[in-house]
Design a protein around this ligand. Structure first.
Ligand code: DAV
Length: 380
């Protein structure tokens, strides 16, 4: 249904590039290096967090990241985009369910990980870290408000996972380190990661939205069962299960970034496992551009993402794209493709969950549901 003429539309977004009118921008307040849990092993002794330790992110780093997120919100508002912000919890608190107790939560700087907007629906993802189990609460004040304001808004939540020990492969990280390159390669090809198939799991940031086609990456935080759940949840979409040659993948938004109809960025270090991936794009007239390497050679202290965050752009409309302000090679590339490139300083946020795409979640883009891949491939 094309709802874009309704005056009362609050929620609607079908893809990653239609003109952005309303967005959520994350916050760094209270951010924690989360307590150890089966899915996460942080070992950063040189930056104050040796294996097994946790605690508040350093106050000066948190302030710098918070200031960059605030400036991003201001920049978007100055360009006419309406911006909402989440309500942080006390992330230092221990939390529990009947099944487990977790020493702390994490942060709310990456709304993209939690909220999946498809059409007039926002779906709260299951998440797969115990430290992120309650993160959806940061967005509840906003979702309640949208639900009151927009009679067509569909507010959905995926089944909350149990996250018992049966959800994780024991000793995964130790075992991974002990594998030969060839054994690692075989596990990459099988998408054999830390989470089991016990229950459906996905992070919203493992989904790339391209109109009728949703590309969902199987990863350290998204399992096959989660992708099956999404396929049943979106019967009018085509859900493609994808994976790439990448050790320990999490989130598709530093691997495949759609820019406008017919054009997407791909990661030259992470080719797709299945050849059908590129064939599907090519036979529908899409051009795939290999992303240039980051202008940086070193990651921020405490950054758990890769340098490929340079790909993690936020498209404002099919002619305008926000790029991290120091990523000159990426800016030059997109400039060459005719985009107006908006440089946005966001490097400080990289230790707080990601880049421009991670730090935002769509509420409304002006556009309708379109089919950009009319020629499908059987079984992909
Ligand atoms: O390549 O490290 C980071 C994306 C986080 N949302 C990467 C993926």
């Amino acid at each position: 249904m094309n709802r874009t003429t309704d005056d009362d539309v609050v929620v609607c977004s079908w893809n990653e590039w239609d003109p952005l009118e309303y967005v959520i921008v994350g916050r760094a307040d209270g951010a924690m290096m989360q307590a150890p849990e089966p899915a996460v092993q942080n070992d950063l002794p040189e930056h104050g967090f040796p294996l097994g330790t946790f605690g508040p992110m350093p106050e000066d780093a948190r302030e710098r990241a918070g200031a960059q997120l605030d400036a991003l919100a201001d920049l978007l508002e100055a360009r006419g985009v309406r911006v909402d912000r989440p309500a942080p919890l006390d992330f230092s608190r221990e939390v529990s369910t009947p099944d487990w107790t977790q020493g702390s939560m994490a942060m709310c700087s990456a709304p993209r990980d939690v909220l999946l907007t498809v059409g007039n629906e926002i779906l709260e993802a299951t998440m797969s870290f115990r430290s992120r189990w309650y993160e959806y609460l940061c967005y509840r004040p906003l979702l309640e408000q949208y639900h009151r304001a927009d009679p067509a808004f569909r507010w959905e939540a995926a089944p909350k996972p149990r996250l018992t020990d049966a959800t994780y492969r024991p000793d995964f990280f130790r075992e991974w380190e002990s594998l030969s390159a060839e054994e690692q390669r075989q596990r990459i090809e099988r998408s054999d990661w830390i989470i089991t198939e016990k229950e459906p799991l996905f992070d919203a940031a493992d989904v790339a939205r391209l109109g009728k086609d949703l590309f969902v990456q199987q990863s350290m935080v998204t399992n096959q069962s989660g992708i099956d759940w999404l396929r049943r949840h979106y019967p009018d979409h085509r859900v493609h299960r994808v994976s790439y040659v990448e050790p320990l993948p999490w989130h598709i938004d530093a691997t495949l970034i759609p820019l406008r109809p017919g054009l997407a960025l791909v990661n030259p270090d992470r080719p797709p496992i299945r050849e059908e991936h590129h064939r599907l794009f090519e036979q529908n007239g899409w051009e795939l551009i290999e992303a240039p390497r980051s202008a940086r050679t070193e990651k921020m202290p405490l950054c758990l993402c890769s340098l490929w965050l340079n790909m993690n752009c936020l498209v404002l409309d099919p002619k305008t794209v926000c790029v991290e302000a120091t990523e000159t090679p990426m800016m030059d590339l997109l400039d060459g493709y005719g985009f107006e490139v908006v440089p946005v300083p966001l490097y400080e946020v990289s230790a707080f969950g990601g880049g421009l795409h991670c730090a935002t979640a769509d509420v409304h883009r002006r556009g309708s549901l379109e089919d950009y891949f009319p020629k499908q491939i059987e079984g992909f």
